[in-house]
Ligand binder design. Structure first.
Ligand SMILES: Nc1nc2c(c(=O)[nH]1)N[C@H]1C(S)=C(S)[C@@H](COP(=O)(O)OP(=O)(O)OC[C@H]3O[C@@H](n4cnc5c(N)ncnc54)[C@H](O)[C@@H]3O)O[C@H]1N2
Ligand code: MOO
Length: 401
């Protein structure tokens, strides 16, 4: 059995980002840039007024001076002339400052009277003027490849006059649930049957990680059925199986795919839940085999599939982010498997995170997982811990789960 870190490194090390595609800017949220965004213009394009008031020559606009108003410059309608000695131009926020002016007299500091304006507060040169290029200049690199685009990034790219963006194609993930006892939600169940919760929970996890899930029909515990279903997903960027990963004679994923060109990299990791994890290549397509137990499948999804989705999407490889919390109940010494315990989180009186492990950690119990907020990580052979000790937790909600 290999350790969690090594398993993740082997998975991430063998994945490459998807290729680029060009999309309309409004569809860019959450996508990962595949080419730099370079400013196509200078912003602001000219010296602009930051306030409503009067464009003036600061040298003339001393307290109690009276200036002649020679025109007006609303935003979008630049004043074509020049501000001369003793003159002012009515100006509005976002309008270019007319030639000759070097300061803005605020409306609140002025008294207008017909075509004259009296200065009530001396104007400083440059005051309330945003110089050309204050934000960025044509040719500046504004956003770098490998960045997941936020609303702020889209605003910046739009301001830089980009109607299109070059991003990585969203990774397509084929999801194959296996098992004679498994049925899709809503289908009639055979005696002893179980509804396939895994396929849909994993599909949601794929979406949360920026991928596109393709939920395949369920394959029975039959080598041909599994091979046929997996074959239909070869064009995906990664095939995910769930169930059939363990040691029983009905645990068929490896047996079924071996003759079809599946090359195993590793099977079984020192982790709980999720021991029977499978990683390899089905022809050219990477294949991650998750255990059938619903909690095991999702925990493996968090620890391995999400980072894999990041790399496929064009982001740098990174383990899931852990944070410090304080235990509220004791935990026994750990064995050689890295343990991920379901836990609830709350804030203590001083704002510290408090983690309470769930009473039961059975890997079939989805209700407990759904009501928990985090996983407590216990390293292999961790010593017994008491209430008040610090632990590391992996919060689930920020992952979109
Ligand atoms: N003798 C041993 N038995 C088991 C071992 C072991 O080491 N020796 N490992 C156990 C562990 S740990 C796990 S985890 C499970 C994983 O086994 P499989 O991946 O082969 O999963 P299945 O046997 O197919 O199913 C396990 C369990 O999960 C249910 N299941 C399966 N698919 C789904 C689905 N899509 N949605 C919801 N639930 C699903 C299935 O009905 C079983 O109850 O093996 C242990 N056994
Ligand atoms: O590892 Mo299994 O995933 O313990 O239930």
């Amino acid at each position: 059995m290999i350790r969690v870190e090594e398993a993740r490194a082997r998975i991430l090390g063998s994945l490459a980002p998807t290729g680029p595609e060009t999309i309309p800017l409004p569809e860019g949220w959450g996508r990962v840039l595949a080419a730099p965004v370079t400013a196509r213009l200078t912003q602001p394009p000219a010296d602009m007024s930051a306030m409503d008031g009067y464009a003036v020559r600061a040298a003339d606009a001393t307290e109690s001076a009276v200036l002649r108003v020679i025109g007006s410059a609303p935003a979008g309608h630049p004043f074509a002339g020049r501000v001369g000695a003793g003159e002012a131009v009515r100006i509005f926020t976002g309008a270019p400052v007319p030639a000759g002016a070097d300061g803005i007299l605020l409306q609140e500091d002025a008294e207008a009277d017909g075509t004259a304006v009296a200065v009530r507060e001396t104007v400083r040169p440059g005051r309330w003027i945003r110089p050309a290029g204050l934000d960025f200049r044509a040719g500046d690199v504004l956003l770098h490849p490998g960045k997941r685009l936020t609303a702020r990034d889209l605003g910046l790219a739009a301001a830089a006059n980009h109607p299109w963006l070059t991003v990585h194609r969203q990774p397509r993930i084929g999801i194959l649930a296996t098992g004679d006892e498994i049925r899709l939600p809503g289908e009639p169940l055979p005696a002893g049957g179980i509804v396939s919760s895994n396929a849909h929970a994993l599909a949601a996890l794929v979406r949360a990680g920026g991928g596109v899930p393709l939920v395949l029909p369920i394959a029975a515990d039959d080598a041909d059925a599994i091979a046929m279903a997996a074959d239909s997903a070869r064009s995906c960027d990664l095939v995910l199986t769930t169930g059939g990963a363990s040691v029983g004679e009905h645990d068929l994923v490896q047996q079924a795919l071996g003759p079809q060109g599946f090359a195993l990299d590793f099977w079984k990791i020192a982790m709980r839940p999720g021991k029977p994890l499978i990683w390899g290549r089905f022809g050219d397509t990477p294949l991650l085999g998750l255990p059938g137990n619903p909690v095991s499948a999702l925990v493996c999804g968090v620890l391995f599939l999400q980072p894999a989705l990041s790399v496929l999407s064009g982001l740098p490889p990174a383990p899931p982010a852990l944070q410090a919390a304080v235990l509220t109940a004791p935990l026994p010494e750990n064995d050689r498997r890295e343990d991920y315990l379901r836990a609830t989180l709350e804030r203590g009186t001083e704002g510290q995170l408090l983690a309470t492990p769930a009473d039961r950690q059975d890997s079939s119990m989805l209700r407990i997982l759904a009501n928990c907020h985090a996983l407590i990580r216990r390293l292999p052979h961790a010593a017994a811990a008491k209430a008040g000790d610090r632990v590391e937790v992996l919060e689930l909600a920020p992952l979109g789960l």
